[in-house]
Design a protein around this ligand. Structure first.
Ligand code: COA
Length: 352
């Protein structure tokens, strides 16, 4: 059975830089608070009405496709991971297909809704398809446009300051080289705290039926079901919610656990890792995990300082930056790991 290799990689971040000082004009926060708690100095925001999640994804995808030495028409499966899709439905996978000009239909498109662990989940799914021989050129994209859905008042400051926009993409292909490719992946989930890091509305949970029908309309409900009411927007119910301390505490436990799991699976120790790419949730979380693994600074790639948390896009963006900087060489052992909303988490080991 072949292994799955990363044959091409690319990333794209919007041009517009938004600093902590820019955010201070809209909410009560400080550059010191943001840097001290998260490490973030600035992030990128997409251009309104011009850039969308699928268009950022397409820019990253074109670079990955070119670097893999193929054309968009060669892609036989698309996996798109995002929590900030262009539309409620259809998903970004088909929009990306269209944007890339892939007009043939000998292709599938799958959307993944696993938030911060979306790329690791997507990579693991793609790995199974490639190893089974079902697909030969999978395009996996992680992309987010958070900036269009954040609360820029002081009410939303604990969440808003952390997030940025961006996209990363990889092309996954089979390889017969036993010393190359994805060696193992482990995925986990625990729905106990699903609402502690979430965007609850709009959603079917609020159970609205139009009052002109008798399908269960309840006058006492002020909620909007699959759409937002004005009141929900006023009350801040249209924005993400996060129990930051719970997320922090759980993340610093689960990251080391799942990394140990993939290392043990392959008979490695942390010392065997050449480069560790943690999901960029918070520099403090990444530093905690780095210390726990005993890795020196040169073996860890962090870019949250410049891009904030771009959720499903952080790992491919960081991996691509590291690769472009010459930090990823043939034969290197790369460890990627993510934790986020769900909670869902996972890790992969890749021999470059
Ligand atoms: N600027 C200034 N003050 C802020 C603020 C901001 N942007 N956001 C929150 N605060 C205030 C709070 O209102 C609170 O004030 P109070 O003490 O007067 O009530 C105080 O800072 C402490 O808030 P708290 O939420 O306890 O801070 P914290 O030390 O837990 O840090 C996070 C907050 C979000 C940085 C931190 O919890 C974290 O990073 N968690 C993980 C989040 C994460 O990774 N999310 C992505 C998912 S993968």
């Amino acid at each position: 059975m072949p292994r799955t290799k990363i044959a091409g990689i690319g990333f794209y971040v919007p041009e517009q830089v938004v600093t902590n000082h820019d955010l201070m004009r809209h909410m009560e926060t400080t550059d010191e608070w943001i840097q001290e708690r998260s490490g973030i100095v600035e992030r990128r925001y997409a251009k309104r009405h011009e850039e969308t999640t699928s268009s950022l994804g397409a820019k990253a995808a074109r670079i990955a496709i070119e670097r893999a030495g193929i054309t968009p028409a060669d892609v036989d499966f698309i996996i798109f991971a995002t929590l900030s899709p262009d539309y409620f439905f259809p998903g970004c996978g088909v929009l990306l297909q269209r944007e890339l000009g892939i007009t043939h239909t000998e292709i599938g498109a799958l959307d993944i809704r696993n938030q911060c662990s979306g790329f690791v989940y997507g990579l693991t799914v793609a790995d199974q398809f490639v190893r089974s021989g079902m697909y030969k050129n999978i395009l996996l994209v992680g992309a987010e446009v958070h900036s269009m859905g954040l609360d820029y008042s002081t009410r939303g400051r604990n969440v808003t300051v952390l997030f940025g926009d961006g996209a990363g993409a990889v092309i996954l292909q089979p390889t017969d080289d036993a010393n190359q490719g994805i060696l193992t992946s482990k995925l986990h989930s625990d729905g106990t705290h699903a609402e502690q890091l979430a965007l609850i509305n709009p959603g079917a949970h609020s159970g609205y039926h139009d009052h002109n029908t008798d399908f269960g309309y309840d006058e006492s409900l002020e909620f909007g079901g699959l759409f937002l009411t004005e009141k929900m927007v006023e009350d801040g119910m249209a924005f993400p919610v996060m129990d930051g301390q719970l997320v922090f505490k759980t993340a610093v436990t689960k990251f080391p656990e799942v990394i140990k799991e993939v290392l043990d699976d392959q008979g490695f120790t942390p010392a065997d890792i050449d480069l560790f790419i943690p999901h960029q949730a918070n520099l403090r979380i990444s530093q905690f995990v780095q210390k726990k693994l005993g890795l020196p600074d040169e073996k860890v790639w962090n870019n949250i300082q410049r891009f904030g948390n771009t959720t499903a896009a952080t790992i491919p963006i960081a991996l691509c930056e590291a690769w472009e900087a010459g930090k990823v060489k043939k034969g290197d052992l790369i460890c990627i790991a993510a934790f986020g909303s769900g909670f869902t988490w996972g890790a992969s080991l890749i021999r470059w």
